[in-house]
Design a protein around this ligand. Structure first.
Ligand SMILES: [Zn+2]
Length: 323
């Protein structure tokens, strides 16, 4: 099932839609060639006029029909009913499928706007009337795909032109030509989180921090595409890189802790645990050598030299027990 995205674009998308800038030019409809009637390619019914009988369209594919869909309103209603049944009563999915079929713009905010249906108009007819409002001019299913794919920012100029707000620092950090607007946001968010937890990382660690941001982006993308394998690989690589970099995840809440010493302290604590300094008895005779020496060397030696009869505490049986 294709991903739904609740997002309305305000920018001019030029990736796939025909426009004056692309090789696929906008096709002009010549009124001179207008026929006396229009036959619905689906049901063969002839109509004298396009308006009122064929729904409006924004697609260049329908320019020759004065921007009308090549299906009459009655057939479209039947098609909508068909897809609603096919998708188990999911009208939204039925609308998406029809948008895909007839190169219409699909967006979630329009779905909710088309929910109030009156008796004379079907849900799909209401949706189409909304999708042809002036604010959705020139938007087609190409626009939907571009929005869902995320347009790659090729240059600073393009970002400015399209009104995309990506800071100069972010573009310097991540470069252009690889990431979309959403990617930059994800990268920056993760970068800020890591830098907040590790404010004094050196230039070496800075390289690791950037790699971690890339890996986090990969994880998010795999998650979005339900790519478990890709997610697991990125996740494992993230863990390795994180350990290699010697970074911290959460900032210390202890006000006395000096952050620039954080990593240094962690390395020391691997070999000399902090608990030792608090409670010296904790690691006293940790391997039990002193105990063994006292039991099996010192005790018998004392007995020989001093002619005493000190017994081993563990194996000693009191005389009273025998009686
Ligand atoms: Zn028809």
């Amino acid at each position: 099932m294709p991903a739904k995205k609740n997002k309305t674009s305000t920018r001019t998308l030029k990736t796939t839609a025909p426009s004056s800038d692309t090789s696929v030019q906008k096709i002009k409809f010549s009124k001179d060639d207008e026929p006396n009637f229009y036959k619905c390619p689906c049901c063969s019914t002839g109509y004298k006029k396009l308006d009122g009988n064929f729904p409006a369209s924004q697609s260049e594919l329908h320019a020759g029909w004065d921007y009308h869909l090549p299906i009459c309103r009655k057939c479209l209603d039947k098609l909508f009913e068909h897809y609603t049944t096919v998708y188990g009563g999911d009208e939204d999915m039925a609308i998406r499928r029809i948008c895909e079929k007839f190169d219409m713009y699909y967006c979630e905010s329009l779905l909710s706007a088309s929910r109030k249906v009156n008796k004379n108009r079907s849900r799909i007819a209401t949706y189409i009337s909304k999708v042809n409002l002036i604010q959705y001019k020139d938007k087609t299913y190409d626009t939907t795909l571009d929005e869902e794919r995320g347009v790659i920012i090729e240059s600073r100029e393009q970002a400015e032109e399209d009104g995309i707000s990506i800071t100069k620092a972010a573009m310097d950090r991540w470069g252009v030509g690889i990431f979309s607007e959403d990617d930059y946001a994800l990268l920056e968010e993760h970068y800020k989180m890591l830098k907040k937890a590790n404010p004094n990382c050196d230039s070496n660690q800075e390289i690791f921090v950037k790699s971690l941001c890339h890996l986090n982006l990969l994880m998010m993308k795999s998650l979005k595409n339900s790519d478990l394998d890709g997610y697991a690989k990125a996740n494992s690589e993230y863990g390795k890189t994180f350990t290699k970099a010697g970074l911290k995840t959460v900032q210390e809440t202890d006000k006395n802790a000096d952050d620039c010493w954080g990593i240094f302290m962690e390395q020391i604590s691997q070999y000399t645990p902090e608990e030792y300094y608090k409670d010296k008895k904790m690691y006293e005779d940790f391997e039990g050598i002193r105990g063994q020496f006292e039991r099996f060397v010192l005790r018998p030696l004392k007995n020989i030299l001093l002619k005493t009869n000190q017994r081993d505490e563990e194996f000693n049986v009191e005389d009273s027990v025998d009686e």
